[in-house]
Design a protein around this ligand. Sequence first.
Ligand SMILES: [Zn+2]
Ligand SMILES: [Zn+2]
Length: 373
Amino acid sequence: MAPRDYYEILGLSRGASESDIKKSYRKLAMKYHPDKNPGDTSAEKAFKEVSEAYEVLSDTEKRNLYDQYGHEGMKAHGYSGPNFHSVDDIFSQFSDIFGGSIFEDFFGGGRRGGGRRSGSRGQPGADLKIELVLTLEDVVSGVKKRVDINRQVKCETCGGSGAKKGTKAETCPTCNGVGRIQQSSGIFSIQRPCPQCLGEGVIIANPCGDCRGQGTVSKKREVSIEVPAGIHEGTRLRMTGEGNAGQRGGPAGDLYCVIRIKQHEFFERHNDDVICEVPITFSEAALGCQIEVPTLRGKAKVTIPGGTQSGELLRLKGQGLPNLEGYGIGSQLIKVIVETPEKLSSKQKRLFEELRELEKAGSRKERKSFFAR
Ligand SMILES: [Zn+2]
Ligand SMILES: [Zn+2]
């Protein structure tokens, strides 16, 4: 399929001004913004499409190239597609758009990697990941867990600047505080991290002793994590801003909590159901019986009907796990295992032999037909 015209995507004519392009992109990006369309893949696709169009048309050199040669010509001149892969890349690349007050107002403080990340030249803090091990019983009720995490927090001594008390970080003269320098290479200009300040934008002549100029120090902190009932193995819970503090005014990273569920002594999980095996004897299987089985909420009495086969499943409704989305509660499935006795007392042996004689008499007819086949 031929790619759509970039002007058409942004709803503009060829002669559109720079500010028209920006305005139109802002409007469309807002319409298709992933935070406004959660889980909508067609909106996400549209969001990427308008972002690609904007990437090209907002860059004078790329726009000229596109105006002259179109999509094919761009490719022939070395354009290999947009500079971003994910939605988050878009937010960081076009932070001038997403960092603006429009998005902040709209989405309450902006989105991670978007609004909060821009506006300051500080480095954003790293995301942190922890694993939280739960029992199936925790999954039944939902649970609040407190965990200690080590994370980077703002250095109090220097207030996060990284400069020794009484001194200040100086703006880097090479990049004027931008942290990047422009270099021309053929048609496109390339941005590179500034070699003098290594992308920091500032130079610290006298670093703070406590944080060695980093502006952050490691500190242990207790975090309380609320886990909803019905949660699944491998789910990631995100706690915005609970990761490492950013450097020199950069935004904090996020804390990701990955759910692990411990293997249970009796139960195996199947979505919202749990399954357990219950051993019974020959006579219990043949005659039927009442047994007590463990459940995730205590114990339950179960009637096993006479004539139950080994491997048969009985269902205890409402004794499984709550559905994460609130669609009721699963079942407990009881897999009946008929156990063959390994050691027999002489009385048992006599009774089984007696039983065998009875079976011989009773099933002779069926046997015959079985062998006749
Ligand atoms: Zn410090
Ligand atoms: Zn610099």
